[in-house]
Ligand binder design. Sequence first.
Ligand SMILES: C[S@@+](CC[C@H](N)C(=O)[O-])C[C@H]1O[C@@H](n2cnc3c(N)ncnc32)[C@H](O)[C@@H]1O
Length: 331
Amino acid sequence: MVNFPLPRLDKDEELRNLLKKYCRLAPGEIWIDTEKKHKIGCLNASEENEIALLMGKEKASLAVHDPPYNIIAFQKSNTGSFIDWCAKWINVTDRFTKKDASLYVWLGADQNNNFQPFAEFIIMMNDRKFKSRSFITMRNQRGYGTQKNWMSVRQELLYYVKGNPVFNIEHVYTEIPKILKGYYKEVGGRLTENLERSKSGNIRAGNVWVDIQQVFHLLEENVNGCFAQKPLKSIERIINVSSKKNDIVIDFFSHAGTTLIASEMLKRKCRTVDIDPIYCEISIRRLERLRKTGKTGWQNSNPFADEILNDRQLRNYLIEKGIEAPQKING
Ligand SMILES: C[S@@+](CC[C@H](N)C(=O)[O-])C[C@H]1O[C@@H](n2cnc3c(N)ncnc32)[C@H](O)[C@@H]1O
């Protein structure tokens, strides 16, 4: 294994060109996994015809989307075009989900710019088939803006449904132990408190999730080069609660392939896309690595470690950029 972190892979064109030759998918292409459970497409989420290539006649029970909400293509002042774009992939999601289906969307609110595009997105959803169910907040350990503002530690997750999809209540328990007594209630003539009445010793996940570790380089699931990776545990919770074994789960913004990995672990079938061939390749490699080693990520190595070791041009470029030279380490 090579101990060699990668920088963000979306911004550096030269590095991207050096990596693209190692990517199996070109735009428009689809990878079907050897065990025929999952599919990954290098496709555009907002283009119905492209997603139709991936889905054929299949329909998903669950959609988990994590769109880029602050990319340069959508200037901060241009929230309108961002929302028009969101409406397109929401409509595509509607077409490729069953009549009873759940939809989860991760979406930020820019506190320095009138909390865009959060409110606009919610209003856009008024005219869609999906109806609101919950507004979940996941707490990050690290935050920003501590000097003259409240530290920002939240990630918003919107939960919508159409029809009457599953909600597997047995999976909503967290690992947080119940410690507070109280909420007294008379049962059979005797005053009881909540600890003795409850079925579980743990707190049920409400719509504020405080028990999920943010991804950072020391975690096994870390995928270097991916700057927006969601914690596996959060996607596992969504999949466990809102789908059944063998159901199809879609994710139109694969990136580090977190929904794919969680689907594999929980025996769902994932159909995922990313517009960027490099993130498609990373998603494929992450699945292959999980199957081969049981590991969920690269911790402080990276998905292109072998190529970096053997491709002098690629390695020299990274060294020139001031990134630590690769070293062989045990493991
Ligand atoms: C915020 S990341 C998703 C993170 C992912 N949930 C994870 O845990 O790794 C957004 C991804 O969407 C991809 N993307 C941007 N525009 C897209 C489009 N029109 N269609 C498909 N993917 C797109 C980007 O390349 C990026 O990898």
